[in-house]
Design a protein around this ligand. Structure first.
Ligand SMILES: Cc1cc2nc3c(=O)[nH]c(=O)nc-3n(C[C@H](O)[C@H](O)[C@H](O)COP(=O)(O)OP(=O)(O)OC[C@H]3O[C@@H](n4cnc5c(N)ncnc54)[C@H](O)[C@@H]3O)c2cc1C
Length: 312
């Protein structure tokens, strides 16, 4: 991740600034505020602003006038109860705003989450930097044979070198042609005075999907946790999962009690179907159950045994 000296200075200035407020603030998140958490080779996530804290969840749940005088353990118990029983609206009272720099193909997955407010860097208005995501060699994997939506063994030797070479060359060439079509230098002057240059909104169609884009992304805590439960999950593609993992750090700093409840009752929990539950009950009663007599499909059986560890 590279920041220009100007960008670093702006972040330092924001970090150094102080503003008086009557609203509650969270010291651990204040520490992280504005600082980019590096993700992938050029990406980052940084918290720009937030509203609310663990106490705001409790306050909303109780519809109270003030911050309340109950014990911390009672508040934690309430938050955990709300999370466990999917009483979700109190979590919507907290909001957070991120600035994210991410490859376009990751942004296409991310944008499917419709409950956030998004404002993306305009490539109609501005010129996209020559920055592409090139996977680290240990993430350059072959297509999975078991899962059509996943990856398998890491490529090695000549094949890995060739793939990296192609990715770099193709992205670089497409960006070079983008710049050539725009016919603008860094200061906005024509590179070739004899040409008019293609409009930015058209020239961008030549860029590869590993080109980095940026956006501001604002969401409430309930919907953020939904996003994280899907994207910090092992089934999510690595390239979006690493962004979700960086965001988990920010949630931990912001609302530590809600975060722990989320780990316990969502991210680290499993859902059992009625059929799975019936099988677990039979096993607990001492019966030896095989997949063929379980009433579960092979895939459901595999999910059940994966959740409970090897059975046999
Ligand atoms: C591992 C994985 C694989 C995926 N594979 C594919 C794929 O192959 N193809 C593909 O197209 N997508 C795929 N997706 C995207 C997926 O189908 C969802 O679009 C995405 O995860 C957003 O989920 P969401 O709709 O719950 O989230 P959000 O848009 O954030 O919505 C949050 C919740 O709000 C509610 N909501 C929001 N908008 C509406 C609405 N208009 N109507 C009703 N309820 C609404 C729903 O309850 C929803 O769960 C994949 C996602 C994952 C995590």
């Amino acid at each position: 991740m590279r920041l220009t000296p100007e960008q670093s200075a702006e972040i330092d200035a924001q970090q150094g600034a102080r503003a008086e407020t009557r609203r509650p603030t969270v010291p651990a998140l204040e520490e992280l505020l504005f600082r980019p958490l590096p993700v992938l080779d050029h990406g980052f996530v940084r918290v720009i602003d937030y509203m609310g804290d663990d106490a705001a969840i409790v306050q909303a749940a109780r519809v109270s006038y003030g911050r309340g005088t109950r014990k911390v353990s009672e508040d934690a118990g309430l938050i955990r109860y709300l999370m466990r029983h999917r009483h979700t609206t109190p979590f919507e009272m907290c909001e957070i705003k991120y600035h994210v720099k991410l490859p376009i193909f990751v942004a296409r997955q991310w944008i499917r989450h419709r409950t956030a407010n998004v404002n993306e860097y305009s490539a109609r208005y501005s010129i996209l930097d020559r920055e592409f995501y090139i996977p680290a060699p240990d993430h350059l994997a072959a297509q999975s044979t078991a899962n059509r939506q996943g990856r398998g063994e890491v490529l090695d030797g000549e094949e890995a070198a060739r793939v990296l070479d192609l990715l770099r060359q193709d992205a670089g060439r497409c960006h070079d042609h983008y710049v050539e079509m725009l016919n603008e230098d860094a200061a906005g002057a024509p590179r070739d005075p004899a040409r008019r240059g293609l409009a930015r909104e058209l020239a961008r169609m030549n860029l590869t999907l590993n080109t980095y884009t940026q956006w501001y992304w604002k969401i409430d805590l309930y919907n953020l946790l939904h996003f994280l439960s899907l994207r910090a999950d092992a089934h999510a593609q690595y390239e979006i999962r690493v962004f979700a993992e960086a965001m988990l750090q920010t949630v931990k700093a912001w609302v530590p009690t809600a975060f722990q409840a989320f780990l316990d009752y969502r991210l680290g929990a499993v859902t059992l179907s009625a059929g799975m539950l019936a099988v677990v009950r039979r096993m607990l009663a001492g019966e030896r159950v095989e997949q063929s007599a379980s009433g579960l499909s092979k895939r459901e059986w595999a999910e059940l045994t994966a959740a409970f560890g090897h059975y046999g």
